[in-house]
Design a protein around this ligand. Structure first.
Ligand SMILES: Nc1nc2c(ncn2[C@@H]2O[C@H](COP(=O)(O)OP(=O)(O)O)[C@@H](O)[C@H]2O)c(=O)[nH]1
Ligand SMILES: [Mg+2]
Length: 370
């Protein structure tokens, strides 16, 4: 299998050759078909000159240059090049500053050999660590940021989202690269892992001890870190909610409720009995709910024309069922504690009625056909 190691650099002259030497010398890399790609954003410190000299004696090392547009863009360019030009099926991604232990790189490949699609170098599982000498605020940013992602996105089993020391099958680049150009810095690392997992990647974490760089300095500002992480996680949750069947069901129900109320008022204002207003309002709401749920909430299970009338009758009966549940809640409540608390039981009744409706819609009327 063809493998490529992608190393983004910006002012890493002192580090990059040391790192390449260590990687190429790894026992675990012998007998593997590995190329190395340095993605440098025209570093002013002479990184490119050092790499070009190194390439003269190391034909499996490549250099990709470009203008500085941030780490995310550099990584994407690197992925594109290794996949399209070097035909890599497996990619390793790591920092140039020796923070990512070269001895762990072969272990990432072993995790893939053992069945994972995406091996994540992790500082936050037993055997891994962050540097002792990091200031408390940097430690806190990193820990809290990763916690927010873990629990906010709902993947508690993945502990390190921002480390950026990883190996993955290039198929995930093909699947998700179109969704990535808007992300940068740490958020790029989060988005890449998150979208890969959402695309079905099986993840295995491999512990490693993150060491502070000896040469040069960090380019990624931690100040915006928590804010950017929160924006990603919250944005993602809102997107998921928008797509969820239940929230669409709630929107349709609210529209139905508004139709019901407005029609009741209009019919009464025209001089008719409120009971007539109620019947007209309720039936129009039911029709609206049926149409919207069929064409939007459950659009993936749209009803065929020939059964629509039959399903509409079923839908009406279901709605009567909700009215019965709501009335029964108020009636039973008033037997236990008198009629003063009717509003309280009304709310309970409405909630039970909603659960009933949602259950009937999703399991009976718009039942999934396996
Ligand atoms: N090509 C490129 N590499 C970058 C850029 N920003 C950071 N890097 C590289 O990405 C890796 C991680 O950056 P670093 O500044 O060490 O971040 P930190 O370890 O989170 O403090 C290093 O190898 C950097 O040289 C960039 O804009 N372009
Ligand atoms: Mg670093």
């Amino acid at each position: 299998m063809k493998i490529a190691v992608i190393i983004p650099t910006y002012n890493e002259r002192e580090n990059i050759i040391l790192l390449l030497d260590k990687l190429i010398g790894q026992k675990g890399f012998k007998n593997r078909d590995i190329n190395y790609l340095v993605v440098d954003d025209n570093s002013p410190d002479g990184t490119q000159k050092a790499v070009k000299e190194y390439i003269l004696t190391h034909p499996n090392v490549f250099l990709l240059t470009g203008k500085k547009e941030g780490l995310g863009k550099a990584l994407l360019r690197g992925m594109k090049y290794t996949v399209e030009n070097l035909k890599a099926q497996l990619l390793i991604q790591m920092d140039a500053d020796l923070s990512h232990d070269p001895q762990v790189a072969p272990k990432l490949l072993e995790a893939i050999d053992a069945g994972a699609d995406f091996a994540v170098g992790s500082r936050y599982i037993p055997g891994g660590s962050i540097p002792q000498n990091w200031g408390w605020h940097r430690k806190m940013y990193s820990r809290i940021g990763n916690m927010i992602v873990r629990f906010g996105l709902g993947y508690p089993k993945i502990h390190d989202w921002t480390g950026g020391f990883r190996a993955y099958k290039s198929i995930y680049y093909h699947k998700i690269h179109n969704e990535l150009p808007q992300y940068n810095g740490y958020v790029f690392q989060i988005a890449f892992l998150h979208k890969s997992v959402a695309a079905g990647a099986k993840v295995k974490e491999v512990p490693f001890n993150f060491t502070d760089r000896k040469f040069g300095h960090s380019k990624i500002a931690p100040s915006e870190y928590i804010k950017n992480v929160l924006v990603y996680v919250i944005g993602n949750r809102i997107e998921a909610l928008k797509k969820s069947t239940f929230s669409k069901f709630a929107v349709v129900g609210t529209i139905g409720f508004a139709i019901n109320t407005v029609l009741l008022e209009i019919v009464v204002a025209l001089g008719f009995h409120p009971a007539i207003g109620s019947i007209i309002g309720a039936e129009c709401a039911i029709i609206s709910n049926f149409i919207w749920n069929n064409s939007w909430t459950f659009s993936d299970r749209k009803l065929k024309k020939e059964i629509r009338i039959y399903k509409f009758i079923q839908f009406n009966l279901t709605s009567i069922g909700a009215v019965i549940i709501q009335t029964a809640a108020i009636w039973l409540g008033s037997i236990f504690s008198g009629t003063q608390l009717y509003r309280y039981y009304y709310v309970i009744g409405v909630v039970l009625g909603l659960i009933w409706n949602y259950f009937m819609y999703s399991r009976v009327i718009w039942k999934k056909i396996a």
